[in-house]
Ligand binder design. Structure first.
Ligand code: ARG
Length: 578
């Protein structure tokens, strides 16, 4: 309950000077009450016990007495076991509720105006997208939305792997298939299969291997027909990726693609720049940077290889050029990389090298938003029924299919078109929510039944709360709004509880941003949906008493608006009926 902190801090100033404690900002000791039945905020007094030679209970009792008159009409003050607890009063909650209802973005202030590049999804061309890319896509998309909602200028970048040595064999293979009369679109219809075949051929056929190597050289030299083949590969693959993005309903478009190839022309200049900075060293013919304290298995300093002895560049070199492009050309302040945990060291070393090389200055931040694995029900790698790695598109279609069964069960008379739309919203929402709600740094288990359940901490549960509110508002004639409330009579504890969750929404969004964790919003929406559930059960909305009815309708409306806003920040649909 953030807005309560200031009035409490003012009261605490009086307490501290009265008990004889100087030079302490009371804000540093005001926290959320751990036991919500005691209050919204709490201050512990145990730490003063030693200096003051008094028991914490005694000090807290005195503090509560001093505080109470300062917080009349704002919070009820009580003391227990050395803590002073503050419970927002219903008048205060009511007036804050009015503010939120009137606020165009529900209390979420556009407080920050930084330029933020969010690097997410970033699959590899001519390879199947895997569940790691699903996580990056879903988390990155949500973060981009949250940054935007807080007022920042957001640039989405899809750093696709579209350059490097594998393209020699991929292009050669496409050439071969083409001369066999196989249409490239057909050949690339199954990216996983195509890549596997290339690999086998490359490993087994010396002649093919040689051609692939020569092809890389032509590609690097900008040979016309080679480039044409290359862009065909990129184009067809991007078409597959875009299909996944559309199904997922993420914001990424073709315009957001900034693949590795875009940075290739910048690499010689980058090396020159790093050389001038004096941070390049030679190591067995390669140019390297020693960015810091990283060591290899033998305990020797670990270099970041900038240019290999054969003159070729690395993934890391591209990322350095990319940083320079983002801070210079895009004038970005903050660089966000939503990439799996296995690239932790890569990013640490790249960021450290970029600072050393002057590609990032003090005003820039670079953050690796890392995430864990998606596991199957047995705790192993997530696999399809036939035991292979799961294709993302198949996974999403299965989610929609399963949601479709659930929807039909609830609405046997639904039209085909409505079913299609609703099943997509629910199926995709379920997958996204189950991904976003978990602590992103940990692995999580992919569980169809859990994620699609209408009960528990799931996407459907929250979407359903929103749909239910919508149907209440539809039943109510005055649902178009109109009544301006200047105060709410929050007589029931269930109304109060719901109102409190409503007030805490802007805080949840800020926490999500501070921790780069959409899960903070997931958790909040879930709690708010639960509070709505008990409110709805215990406080009849469409009652005879017009005054009560209007206020409860308003409480439903603001809850529904916040659910919709929050679902949108998670990249989920908010269907109006379910
Ligand atoms: N293409 C890479 C992969 O699939 C991810 C790229 C992440 N972004 C970056 N700037 N390195 O692993």
């Amino acid at each position: 309950m953030r807005d309560l902190v200031e009035p409490v801090a003012t009261g605490m100033d009086h307490v501290l000077s009265s008990i004889g404690i100087d030079n302490l900002d009371p804000r540093s000791i005001i926290g959320d009450a751990t036991d919500k039945s005691h209050g919204d905020l709490a201050v512990p007094f145990h730490r003063f016990s030693g200096v003051l030679k008094r028991s914490p209970v005694d000090i807290a009792d005195e503090a509560a007495e001093i505080l109470a008159p300062h917080l009349v009409g704002i919070a009820n003050v009580s003391s227990k076991a050395g803590y002073v607890n503050f419970r927002a009063s219903s008048g205060w909650v009511s007036s804050r509720l009015v503010d939120i209802c009137r606020h165009p973005t529900l209390g979420v202030e556009k407080a920050s105006q930084r330029t933020v590049v969010v690097d997410y999804s970033s699959p590899n061309i001519a390879k199947e997208m895997h569940v790691g890319h699903l996580r990056s896509t879903v988390i990155g998309d949500s973060l981009a939305r949250i940054f935007e909602a807080k007022g920042n200028r957001v640039i989405r970048e899809n750093h696709v792997g579209d350059w490097g040595t594998p393209f020699g064999m991929l292009i050669e293979r496409l050439e071969d298939l083409d001369s066999d009369g196989i249409d490239p679109v057909e050949a690339l219809s199954d990216l996983g299969e195509f890549y596997r075949e290339c690999r086998i051929k490359f490993d087994e056929d010396e002649n093919f291997r040689q051609r692939a190597r020569e092809r890389v050289v032509s590609l690097q030299a900008g040979d016309g027909p080679t480039l044409q083949r290359w862009s065909q590969l990129v184009d067809i693959s991007m078409g597959h990726f875009q299909e996944v993005y559309e199904l997922l309903g993420v914001l990424l478009t073709r315009d957001d693609v900034m693949g590795e190839s875009k940075y290739d022309p910048l690499l010689p200049g980058l090396v020159e720049q790093l050389h001038e900075k004096g941070i390049l060293e030679t190591n067995n013919g390669a140019l390297v940077i020693y960015p810091g304290d990283w060591v290899n298995r033998d305990g020797d300093p670990l270099p970041l290889i900038i240019r290999k002895s054969d003159g070729g560049y690395n993934y890391a070199t591209t990322d350095l050029a990319c940083i320079s492009d983002r801070t210079q050309r895009l004038n970005a302040d903050d660089l966000i990389y939503v990439v799996g945990a296995e690239q932790k060291q890569h990013f640490e070393m790249v960021f450290a090298s970029a600072r050393k090389g002057g590609l990032m200055g003090d005003r820039h931040t670079a953050t690796h938003v890392s995430f864990g694995l998606v596991l199957g029900p047995d705790g192993g790698k997530l696999k399809s029924r036939s035991g292979e790695a799961i294709r993302l598109l198949d996974l999403l279609n299965e989610a929609i299919e399963r949601a479709s069964v659930a929807v039909l069960e609830r609405n046997p008379d639904i039209s085909k078109e409505d079913l299609r739309i609703l099943a997509r919203s629910i199926g995709i929402g379920a997958v996204k929510y189950s991904d976003l709600k978990s602590d992103r740094t940990k692995d999580y288990i992919f569980d169809w039944d859990k994620m699609l359940s209408f009960e528990g901490e799931t996407g459907p549960y929250i979407q359903y709360a929103h749909a239910r509110i919508n149907s209440i508002l539809n039943k109510e004639r005055h649902s178009q709004g109109g009544t301006e409330f200047t105060s709410f009579e929050l007589a029931s504890e269930h109304e109060m509880k719901l109102a409190r969750e409503v007030l805490k929404y802007p805080e949840a969004v800020d926490h999500a941003l501070a921790d780069l964790a959409p899960s903070r919003i997931c958790k909040h929406l879930h709690k708010m949906s639960q509070a709505f559930g008990s409110f709805y059960e215990n406080c009849p909305v469409l009652t005879e008493n017009k005054e009560i009815r209007d206020q409860r309708i308003e409480l439903c409306r603001i809850t529904g608006r916040i659910l919709e806003h929050g679902l949108n920040l998670l990249g989920m649909d908010a269907p109006s009926r379910m």
